[in-house]
Design a protein around this ligand. Structure first.
Ligand code: 3EB
Length: 345
């Protein structure tokens, strides 16, 4: 396996800075994931982007994430945009970043015997798997999933669980390309907006990492829904000089159980313990202590705005106040979970 000469990077900055940067450095940028409040100008990015409407509680100046490649040499590197079906994407020889947004009005309910959200989730994932196959990016490193009303029950099933049904159906239908790859992921609820998914693909196989303190989400018991979530706790992209660790949304779950149901401080501590455990596992598999939590970028999703200072203080107490973290109001996929943290090396 050849070691890519290009390394993957992220920049976190304000929406307007990222917008400017992406114009100036078009030959490096792949795409963006931004949190904007509804008054923000929905600028026309020339690169694939998610612009998610959610309150940024702290860290506005790092609320937009830009994915880019840092070429050893720009000579010969070709980076270009594409569109297919509902996907917009941007790619070079090693990586492809894409976004897809599907409003739930695109299908009428009577076209399907599974729920509307399950069926649009299935079609979104089928489109992504088709793109992987057609363009020969056989590996997926990360999915970001956002949907409205994630904890609302409709048709007798919570919408997060409907999402899991659609996602699993697509993984099973596309098993040739999905090939049991369980990438890092997150799944969050927004107040408004279509089902919105960003994804990062590549040509080098990643290593899926599990958390020794948690059972694999893929093996959750059926009390959490008829189909289990298709993700791993982290993915390690091992390109030696440029090893990269994508840590999934991580919460106060031990085994498969939600702990500290009404105690936000205890949930924060448990979540940090889980993050440390998944990093220790990644370091063990990597073979040396390559990753340290205080050097990661954290995105902290908080259910109740009023919990911000308690959560932020505990994170800073644990990791120091030079930690790079943005705090976003969002709903977490289990009703009892008060926060979730995702991390990028
Ligand atoms: C959990 O550990 C919390 O469905 O893609 C975290 C990360 C969670 C990803 C997903 C869900 C997902 O089960 C929830």
């Amino acid at each position: 396996m050849s070691v890519p000469i290009l390394s993957l990077q992220t920049i976190h900055n304000s929406f307007s800075s990222i917008f400017q940067y992406s114009k100036l450095q078009e030959n490096k940028v792949l795409g963006a994931i931004c949190f904007v409040d509804d008054s923000a100008a929905k600028a026309n990015f020339d690169i694939p982007s998610l612009q998610l409407q959610a309150p940024v509680l702290h860290g506005e100046d790092i609320s937009c994430e830009l994915w880019l490649i840092q070429p050893a040499s720009l000579v010969g590197n070709v980076i270009a945009n594409g569109n297919i079906d509902n996907i917009s994407y941007r790619f070079d020889d090693d990586f492809l970043f894409g976004v897809i947004s599907l409003p739930e009005s695109t299908l009428s309910q009577n076209e399907t015997d599974i729920s509307l959200l399950a069926s649009i989730t299935e079609s979104a994932y089928r489109e992504i798997f088709s793109l992987m196959e057609a363009n020969n990016y056989p590996h997926v490193y990360r999915f970001w999933n956002y949907m409205a009303d994630i904890n609302v029950v409709s048709q007798g099933l919570e919408r997060y669980r409907q999402f899991n049904v659609g996602r699993k159906n697509a993984f099973m239908a596309c098993s040739d390309i999905a090939d049991n790859q369980l990438p890092a992921a997150c799944a969050l609820g927004m107040a408004v907006g279509p089902l919105s998914i960003a994804f990062l693909l590549g040509r080098q196989a990643p290593i899926a990492i599990e958390n020794p303190r948690q059972i694999s989400a893929y093996e959750y018991p059926d009390r959490y829904g008829p189909q289990t979530p298709s993700f791993s706790r982290a993915t390690l992209l091992n390109a030696k000089q440029s090893a990269f660790l994508f840590i999934s949304g991580t919460a106060s779950i031990v085994g498969h159980q939600t702990l500290h149901v009404t105690d936000v401080l205890a949930q924060t501590k448990e979540t940090l313990t889980n993050l440390e455990a998944v990093i220790a596992e990644a370091n063990r598999i990597y073979g040396e202590k390559r990753f340290e939590l205080q050097h990661f970028f954290l995105r902290v999703y908080i259910r109740h705005v009023a919990d911000l200072s308690l959560i932020k203080n505990e994170i800073q107490r644990h990791l120091g106040n030079t930690i790079k973290a943005v705090y976003i109001q969002a709903d977490i996929c289990r009703k009892e979970l008060l926060l979730e943290i995702e991390a990028t090396s």
